[in-house]
Design a protein around this ligand. Structure first.
Ligand code: PLP
Length: 391
């Protein structure tokens, strides 16, 4: 197959992009929204004249659109998923002035895990729950750790390296059965819209998201809260976002976030179908290569596929693929420069499986032809790297 044809179809001359868990290509209408903002819609929504009031009205509608994606009662727009998670962990819950207890998982994204480490530095205690063999965090394991002074439990919705989906509502309910005052947060950055979630029908108090994972722009994220969940500002100033997140609003980012969320919601089934077809083709091709192991659970989120090419160093494979125009990842973009993989340790991967593990992640923009092209390249490169290794 002439894979340059595939590359041309994507509109990017030299890459096939399979790193959609790191970030996604913005929706096509982002360009038009951006042009509108630069020309006409650049007013500060806090100002008092007509054009600013119009900007505020538009922005309010966009907030409503964004929060409707998970049927949340409230949304606070932030700058990213990282800020959203920090906000919940450091500014959610009621502070008592005494050391408190927190629960999280051992395989959270760094922006939750490092917050937990910081809480420990500040004198609080944290219990870290390991996933079971199915790659998921189980409600009983979390409930068993809940104490009288457990302030907050934070367990991610979709694991960013494997795609494992945690039943966050079941975990939240199990936690609250032990201590009804304990609050529950889920990092929804990889799950937002892709895995349907109805906050109103759940016991989850806080859910967080990031626009650039759903074809929005970088620089916008959201904290979704139930009306009764306590939340204070992390950033103080002019009182934007109902006093909860000061700083002139990123009106362009918010407009694209709302448009991207709306488009994804509308097309969710069609996108899932496209992603499933590409994923299945990729799995079939990868399994035809000897000594490969699929790490992702079968019932995981469709857009993330973790796979190990045993006997190959994933980092070397990543560069070999990159030299041939293919972009994949060996872990989350934020942790890929660290040598030891905390997530693989939590999953109990053996050193040889861990060493060969790559993450291939999809969006509806990917095609079956792209998967076929990547499989052909993978076959050659894996073979070559294994041969060199044996020499
Ligand atoms: N949480 C998870 C599960 C993620 O995968 C990521 C990014 O990869 C983040 C949080 C951080 O999001 P952001 O890049 O918007 O700060």
């Amino acid at each position: 197959m002439d894979y340059n044809v595939v590359l041309l179809k994507r509109g990017r001359m030299n890459t096939i992009y399979f790193d959609n868990a790191a970030t996604t290509m913005p929706i096509a209408s982002a360009e038009e929204i951006m042009a509108r903002h630069i020309r006409n819609e650049w007013n500060n929504p806090s100002a008092l004249y007509r054009s600013a009031v119009d900007a505020e009205t538009r922005m309010k509608k966009e907030h409503d659109m964004i929060k409707s994606a998970v049927r949340a009662e409230k949304v606070i727009i932030t700058s990213c998923g990282t800020e959203s998670n920090n906000m919940v962990i450091f500014s959610g819950t009621k502070r008592t002035g005494k050391p408190m207890h927190f629960i999280s998982s051992a395989y959270e994204h760094a922006c939750v895990y490092e917050c937990m480490r910081e809480l420990e530095n500040r004198g609080h205690s944290v219990s870290y729950i390991n996933p079971r063999e199915d790659g998921k965090i189980h409600p009983e394991d979390v409930a068993a750790e809940v104490r009288e002074n457990t302030a907050l439990v934070s367990i991610m919705h979709v694991q960013n390296e494997t795609g494992a989906i945690n039943d966050i509502d079941a975990i939240a309910k199990a936690v609250k059965r032990v201590n009804r005052n304990t609050l529950f947060h889920s990092d929804g950055v990889q799950g937002f819209i892709k895995v349907p979630f109805d906050m109103r029908r759940s016991s989850v108090d806080y859910y967080t998201a990031s626009a650039h994972k759903v074809h929005g722009l970088k620089g916008t994220g959201g904290v979704f809260c139930s009306e009764k969940a306590p939340i204070r500002a992390l950033i103080y100033g002019g009182g934007q976002e109902n006093g909860l997140r000061s700083g002139t609003e990123n009106t362009l980012g918010i407009a694209v976030f709302a448009a991207a969320a709306e488009e994804y919601l509308k097309n969710r089934e069609a996108y899932a179908e496209q992603i499933r077809a590409v994923r299945e083709k990729m799995i079939e091709g990868i399994l035809s290569i000897p000594d490969t192991k699929i790490i992702s659970p079968e019932d995981g989120a469709l857009h993330i596929l973790s796979v190990s090419f045993i006997g190959v160093r994933s980092e070397v494979l990543l560069h070999a693929l990159n030299a041939r125009g293919v972009e994949i990842s060996i872990g989350s973009a934020c942790s890929s420069k660290k040598r030891k993989n905390r997530i693989h340790d939590a999953l109990g991967l053996s050193p040889e499986v861990s060493e060969g593990t790559c993450r291939i992640s999809f969006s509806h923009n990917n095609t079956v032809e792209e998967a076929e092209a990547v499989i052909a390249i993978l076959k050659e490169e894996v073979e070559k790297l294994r041969r060199f290794r044996r020499l």
